[in-house]
Ligand binder design. Structure first.
Ligand code: HXC
Length: 258
């Protein structure tokens, strides 16, 4: 597939994907979702990928769903457009490796929903966050009403969802919406540093802990704990990653991951 909106590059097992439609502040349209679904499928099938970074070109990460495309939709088409985004963002979050949003500017509406579908968020000090849908007489459509309270708690989520207030990076850090804030010129360097920190670890262990943690959140405590026990055990045995990691510790050397 030829990508027109997404610009994917891979560097030492890290897929760096830039959303580039700056004339519309990277607003999400149907063409974006076609490209994103294709890219997710190809990255999921590529065992050499160990982490992904998602960022935006220009002054926005993503300023929301494309209002010009949405304005003429019927009720049914509106729901379908929401479900398309929900499916895509679920698939993004469920990629087998960590997905990091490097938030360079506006992350509004569907753009914040996209950032929240990632595993964590690093923000430029210039980034702006909000769910301004109620300004348009709308509500979130890409599961923002579900992810935001899970990330920041009910009161801060409802505050953002009902006031449409745009907050800065420091407030986003304070409520736990982002994990780190850095100077704009350091954003990619900081995010790459984080990605490299993860890709240096046991690759199977990283995949498994992501899967167990995410799946556990949607199960009971007991089911999640059992899932953990099964996958913990799967890292033991001759030739396993756990064997290599533990032996390397005891032999005071760096582990050699396969
Ligand atoms: C389509 C958009 C857009 C969007 C910006 N643009 N946001 N086009 N959809 N979400 C376009 C503008 O129309 C303009 O095009 C160009 O990008 C630059 O934007 P400006 O407004 O001129 O920039 P600025 O003055 O810097 O203001 C930035 C901004 C503002 C504060 C981010 O653009 C804004 O409020 N955008 C809308 C944000 C929003 O409401 N997002 C939620 C959308 S609903 P022209 O052609 O005039 O240059 C949503 C629902 C998700 O996301 C669920 C769906 C199922």
């Amino acid at each position: 597939m030829t990508y027109n909106i997404l610009q994917p590059v891979t560097e030492n097992g890290i897929a760096i994907v830039t959303i580039s439609r700056p004339q519309a502040l990277n607003a999400l349209n149907t063409a974006f979702f076609e490209e994103m679904n294709h890219l997710i499928a190809s990255l999921a099938a590529d065992n050499s990928i160990r982490a992904m970074i998602l960022t935006g070109a220009g002054k926005a990460f993503v300023a929301g769903a494309d209002i010009a495309e949405m304005v003429h939709k019927s009720a049914e088409e509106g729901s379908d457009f929401g479900r398309l985004g929900q499916r895509t963002f679920d698939a993004l979050g469920n990629l087998p490796f960590p997905v990091i949003a490097a938030i360079n500017g506006f992350a509004l509406g569907g753009g914040l929903e996209l950032a929240m579908a990632c595993d964590f968020r690093i923000a430029s000090s210039k980034a702006k966050f909000g769910q301004p849908e109620v300004n348009l007489g709308l509500i979130t459509g890409y599961a923002g009403s579900q992810r935001l309270p899970r990330l920041v708690g009910l009161a801060d989520a409802l505050y953002l969802l009902t006031t449409a207030e745009i907050i800065g990076a420091d407030d986003a850090l304070r409520i736990g919406l982002v994990q780190k804030v850095c100077e704009p010129e350091m954003l990619m360097e900081e995010t790459l540093r984080l990605a490299r920190q993860i890709t240096a670890k046991g690759p199977q262990a990283v995949r498994k802990i992501k899967m167990v943690t995410r799946q556990g959140l949607n199960s009971s405590f007991g089911e999640g704990s059992e899932l953990e026990a099964v996958h913990f055990g799967s890292l033991f045995g001759p030739g396993s990653e756990g064997e290599e990691g533990m032996k390397a510790f005891l032999e005071k050397r760096t582990p050699q991951w396969n």
